[in-house]
Design a protein around this ligand. Structure first.
Ligand code: PLP
Length: 357
């Protein structure tokens, strides 16, 4: 039996990608805001329904540039239940992550916990739409308004998520996406920054190109540019995005029907979810380890997203984050990717059910 990993990058039709690569050979334009990156930016803006979006080299740089554009300093309140880049990007930029605990059911940052941690040094809130599940954006906005601080959403998982017909990327001052190969939608490596206003977009556009604007150095920048090959992959995958999203939902539903009652799932609104991951929660870490071992024995490799809780590793803080530490010990993400077969999901489901009886 073949190995099944947590994910497998989606590959578009080879012919279509080749046609874009032919274009690159003709234009001889490989990077520096080339024609394909410009086309990708326009298409993303239309597809996602966002006004100001800037494609960049990856999601981590997107976060770092977002902090710079907003001039963040001091402390940033964030979630301990996320991928390490959420926290490490802050530390890398000389900002202090202050962790607020999460909600037991949605796995997202708890607004009440955010407010408890605000000090005179807080300059922003950095929530994550965990597994594509939108945060309580209204409460978070109220807190930001009350204390006059910024919001950057790490929306790395939230491609294609809408609420009340509006894309989730339209909330906060800035949102970022990751287009890494393992994400639901990808451009090999890549990402994007989404801005509420045009001023930030323009500043960021210079920043990602060494601070150079129309040939002049206008400030300190970095190199966070997306290249033409990334854009070519992104353009191909964008054509297939609806298909990929539908496929994810079907897979999620299949797991859900067959594991409901056996494991606990994230609380979500079916209208505002992209089904990008299949996170299942066990009663205890012992139970999780037992299931993981049984799956590994038949060459199925789920992943412990997100383990451990980031407050216990990146910047050890004395304060415990009880819910995040508890949940991170009990969640396993099951394999889900475009060409995963029903028989493979069955193998996975059977082993889980067996291990738990
Ligand atoms: C993947 C991911 C990132 C980093 O994105 P890259 O494109 O891999 O740099 C940041 N935050 C979260 C929550 C992620 O899952």
């Amino acid at each position: 039996m073949s190995k099944i990993f947590i994910t497998r990058p989606y590959l578009p039709e080879r012919k279509k990608l080749d046609a874009y690569i032919d274009k690159i050979y003709k234009s001889n334009w490989l990077t520096n805001n080339g024609p394909l990156v410009q086309e990708f930016e326009k298409r993303l803006s239309e597809y996602l329904g966002v006004k100001y979006i800037l494609p960049v080299a990856n999601g981590t740089l997107a976060l770092m540039v977002a902090y710079k554009v907003l001039g963040l300093r001091g402390e940033v309140i964030t979630t301990p239940f996320s991928f390490v880049a959420t926290t490490s990007s802050l530390v890398w930029e000389g900002l202090k992550p202050v962790f607020a605990d999460i909600d037991l059911q949605t796995f997202n940052i708890d607004p009440n916990e955010i407010e408890k941690h605000i000090t005179d040094n807080t300059s922003a809130i950095l929530p994550v739409h965990v597994f594509g599940n939108p945060c309580d954006t209204d409460s978070i906005q109220r807190i930001a308004d009350k204390y006059n601080i910024k919001i950057v959403y790490d929306a790395a998982h939230a491609f294609g998520v809408k609420r009340n017909g509006k894309n989730i990327l339209n909330y906060g001052d800035i949102s970022i996406l990751s287009f890494h190969a393992t994400k639901l939608f990808h451009s090999i490596e890549g990402g994007a920054i989404i801005f509420k206003n045009k001023k930030y977009y323009k500043t960021a556009k210079a920043m990602i190109n060494f601070g150079i604007e129309k040939g002049e150095i206008t400030g300190v920048g970095i190199n966070a540019k997306m290249n033409e090959f990334q854009a070519a992959m992104g353009l191909c995958n964008l054509d297939d995005a609806d298909k990929i999203l539908r496929n994810r939902k079907e897979m999620f539903s299949y797991y859900y029907e067959n594991l409901n009652g056996v494991v606990q799932l994230q609380k979500f609104d079916p209208e505002s979810y992209n089904y990008s991951y299949v996170p299942v929660m066990f009663k205890s870490e012992e139970e999780l380890l037992k299931v993981e071992k049984a799956l590994n024995e038949v060459e199925i490799f789920p992943r412990r997203y997100f383990y451990p809780s980031l407050n216990s590793v990146s910047v050890p803080q004395n304060e415990k984050k009880l819910i995040s530490e508890d949940i991170s010990k009990r969640i396993l993400c099951l394999p889900t990717f475009y060409d995963l077969k029903v028989t493979e999901m069955d193998r996975c489901i059977d082993i889980i059910r067996e291990a738990l009886t």
